[in-house]
Design a protein around this ligand. Structure first.
Ligand code: YOG
Length: 135
């Protein structure tokens, strides 16, 4: 079993969020706000169901899923599009593929050196985030 991703995590670094947001088609004024945010992740698991909350003072994004089960994702408050998403474990990485109007879109979470790592990718752009545990 991979190390648990569950807990509350505070953002330490956020590389190329700008490129990722441009790839998603987010407008300039929203990008400027988003770049200043310190995001928090709250990851919870109840039996085989996960909830991932991305929290900030501007907007929150909450989404829940079962591993290995495709579901309809609506990225409310982000780029507001519909995806067919599926989350799987690839070794110690929790990997999500988001099939929709954007090509090559998804993300991966893993633990390294007690930190929560996240890569968000879309159409050739990758945003790399690292979080430290706060609870
Ligand atoms: O995480 O999908 O943990 O869903 C990344 C920024 C900014 C809104 C947040 C709000 C996406 C305007 C989602 C920031 C940029 C910018 C806090 C990360 C798009 C719009 C919500 C994400 C996965 C994996 C789980």
């Amino acid at each position: 079993m991979p190390a648990s991703l569950c807990g509350t995590w505070e953002m330490l670094s956020n590389i190329n969020l700008e490129g990722y947001m441009i790839a998603l088609g987010i407008g300039l004024s929203t990008r400027k706000i988003a770049l200043k945010l310190k995001q928090r992740k709250v990851i919870e698991q109840v039996s085989d169901k996960y909830v991932i909350k991305t929290l900030s003072t501007f907007r929150n994004y909450v989404f829940s899923f079962r591993v290995d089960e495709e579901f309809d994702e609506f990225t409310k408050g982000l780029d507001e599009t519909h995806c067919k998403s599926v989350v799987t474990w690839e070794g110690n990485r929790m990997v999500c593929i988001q099939k929709g109007e954007k090509k090559n879109r998804g993300w991966a979470h893993w633990i390294e050196d007690d930190k929560l790592h996240l890569e968000l990718y879309c159409e050739g752009q990758t945003c790399k985030q690292v979080f430290k545990r706060v609870a």
